[in-house]
Design a protein around this ligand. Structure first.
Ligand SMILES: *Cc1c(COP(=O)(O)O)cnc(C)c1O
Length: 388
């Protein structure tokens, strides 16, 4: 499989668009939208034959194939990013356990929903701990201490982190994970495979919420896992088939339609986000901006790990009055930027992160997702909003 895929085009958009199949006369140029609960079939179920549509659907197959070509791996899609997270956690826990209790080593500032889910899994015998994963010595210590406590560590990372957009060193984390026999998962939702390839850095699996930039039009909830590990892929498929956290065919079709323009969208969004982050950093109403493209301490690493751009997402803290009320009134003043959670869509959006109870963010931290609007227009809009 690898030899064949190494011949695939280097450009991500070209890889998404072309599956290498010969064009067939008389067939639609678009992808199948297959609305069915079962496929006509008879006899004993066999691998090659579609039967019941909880097992597979050609609309997901088309999306999985494009995601797989993008990551040079096999991909599975799920009902949402969190459905993908839960199924991946369960599959990894099955594979590493062998008499030991699985223990997820999470980033201290990762997506808050993952912490909530990990807390819920405690009662099922799946443990977790959090560590600042920029501190490699601390990660090493946590991995080692878990082993002596009879637990099997699974390193779960996310870079850039959310909402502080800190860049973690994927190659270094993969090396530490390997040394301790731990699988490494990277939540790649913020950068997406268009900007960052965790599997090439040594990760066992990547997790992507396609509800964000992956689909990009803020009209679908979906998640995906990509891996080159066949045992993990098999286990994950079992959890999806029998747990039923499957994608709807229409959602998969929409996500694939969006995915085709992901590299082009995220390139422009990254360029605009970098310009806006630099502008905000010099603004008197702003005390601190978090963005991989302007963070001096990790700039070299970020450039190596995300060579095509630093993504659409940034966050900033206010100078002077740092109250939640001031941040809320700034957000309320924008005409162009949508108010709300989520990110990565074609339209810019922002929110005060600490409004979510499980979030670890200062009360005034505003997370901004830069969309496809003209960056000069966005700056004018921000200038007006920041006057309050
Ligand atoms: C949104 C998000 C998720 C969860 O995805 P859903 O599709 O909303 O379930 C997981 N990780 C990160 C980093 C996210 O931003």
């Amino acid at each position: 499989m690898d030899a064949e895929q190494n011949d695939s085009p280097a450009d991500p958009t070209t890889r998404i668009l072309h599956d290498g199949a010969e064009p067939e006369l008389g067939l639609p140029v678009g992808d199948p939208l297959e609305l069915t609960s079962f496929y006509v079939s008879r006899g004993a179920p066999s691998q090659g034959q579609r039967s019941y549509a909880r097992h597979t659907n050609r609309s997901w197959e088309a999306l999985e194939s494009a995601l797989g070509r993008l990551e040079r791996a096999e991909a599975l899609v799920f009902a949402s990013g969190m459905a993908a997270t839960l199924n991946l956690m369960l599959a990894l826990a099955d594979l590493v356990a062998a008499g030991r209790r699985p223990r997820f080593v999470l980033p201290s500032d990762g997506y808050h929903g993952v912490r909530v889910l990990a807390d819920m899994l405690l009662a099922r015998g799946i443990e977790h701990t959090a560590v600042d994963q920029q501190d490699l010595a601390a990660v090493e210590q946590v991995l080692a201490s878990g082993e002596s406590a009879g637990t099997a560590p699974i390193l779960w990372t996310e870079t850039p982190t959310n909402p502080f957009l800190r860049v973690l060193d994927l190659r270094a984390l993969a090396e530490l994970a390997r040394a301790h026999g731990a699988p490494l998962v990277c939540d790649n939702t913020t950068a997406t495979a268009a900007l960052q390839r965790p599997l090439e850095c040594g990760a066992t699996a990547t997790l992507t919420s396609l509800s964000k930039a992956g689909s990009g039009h803020s009209d679908v909830l979906l998640g995906a896992v990509a891996t080159r590990d066949t045992a993990l892929l098999e286990r994950l498929t079992l959890w999806r088939t029998h747990g039923g956290a499957i994608a709807g065919p229409f959602e998969a079709w929409l996500a694939l339609r969006g995915l085709k323009t992901l590299p082009v969208r995220i390139e422009r969004q990254s360029r605009s986000a970098l310009a806006i982050a630099s502008w905000l950093a010099a603004h008197p109403a702003v005390a601190r901006v978090h963005y991989p493209g302007i963070e001096a301490a990790t700039l070299e690493l970020a450039g190596r790990q995300m060579p095509a751009g630093f993504g659409p997402l940034l966050s900033f803290e206010l100078a002077g009055d740092r109250s939640a009320q001031r941040a809320d009134s700034i957000i309320a003043k924008s005409r162009l930027i949508q108010h709300g959670t989520s990110f990565g869509g074609v339209e810019s959006s922002w929110e005060r992160r600490a409004r979510w109870p499980a979030e670890h963010a200062p009360p005034d931290l505003i997370r901004l997702s830069v969309g496809l609007e003209d960056p000069a227009e966005l700056r004018r809009d921000l200038e007006l909003a920041l006057r309050y």
